[in-house]
Ligand binder design. Structure first.
Ligand SMILES: [Zn+2]
Length: 217
């Protein structure tokens, strides 16, 4: 059934919208992209991965042009590899990985490229359980070299939740995803316009290291 759904989405993907219904089509495309991501994660976490789009034929199919259906801003953490945890392959995901999944000018430019030039209808900012970058920001210890640069980018996100009694780091992971999404919306006229035109959806996610599940925030 999961395979059938994936095939239906793929078929839908290749359909060209008429100009009259372009806006509604785009909104559906964003929703279909999100469903495809979450379906892939369900396969992964239940050990039912299909490992799609990893053949030599697929490699050749996308060699000249890419049309990734989703862009991911996720952490550099070695346990959070999007193609694996969403059960996707070559040419499917536009990945940006940086410690703490923070928005920098380069990250913003990369996401604008995915949306504006490649036509990607979905951005997911993906935080994860026990994120070292977020933990460093919560602890506020002095850090060597350039490590402090990403801590500085996370700090504003956690200022509001400090002092709460729950799991501080986990709360901070979620707050950081929300904060970085806010930065995307505030700092990019390209992304804002796409959102207004219903051509883009931006969502947040939290990856559970213990279960392999991605939950929407
Ligand atoms: Zn992390």
């Amino acid at each position: 059934m999961v395979v059938a759904n994936a095939l239906m989405v793929t078929a839908f993907w290749n359909t060209r919208p008429s100009s009259a219904s372009a806006a509604s089509f785009d909104l559906v495309a964003s929703s279909a992209a999100l469903k495809r991501l979450m379906d892939g994660n369900q396969r992964f976490r239940h050990q039912l991965s299909l490992h799609p789009d990893q053949s030599q034929a697929r490699m050749k199919e996308v060699a000249q042009a890419q049309h990734p259906f989703a862009a991911l801003l996720s952490c550099a953490d070695s346990r959070v590899a999007p193609e694996i945890l969403f059960d996707e392959g070559i040419g499917d995901l536009f990945d940006i990985r940086v410690a703490g999944n923070i928005v920098t000018p380069e990250v913003l430019g990369s996401l604008e490229y995915a949306v504006e030039i490649l036509g990607t209808p979905l951005i997911m900012v993906l935080g994860h359980e026990r994120c070292g970058a977020v933990t460093a920001a919560v602890q506020g210890k002095r850090l060597s070299g350039h490590i402090g640069s990403f801590v500085k980018a996370i700090k504003p996100a956690i200022s509001k939740i400090e002092g709460t009694s729950d799991d501080l780091v986990d709360n901070a992971v979620i707050a950081n995803v929300r904060y970085q999404i806010g930065k995307l919306k505030q700092n990019s006229s390209i992304l804002s316009q796409k959102l207004l035109d219903n051509k883009l959806k931006i969502v947040g996610g939290r990856y559970d290291l213990d279960t392999g599940e991605v939950s929407l925030i």
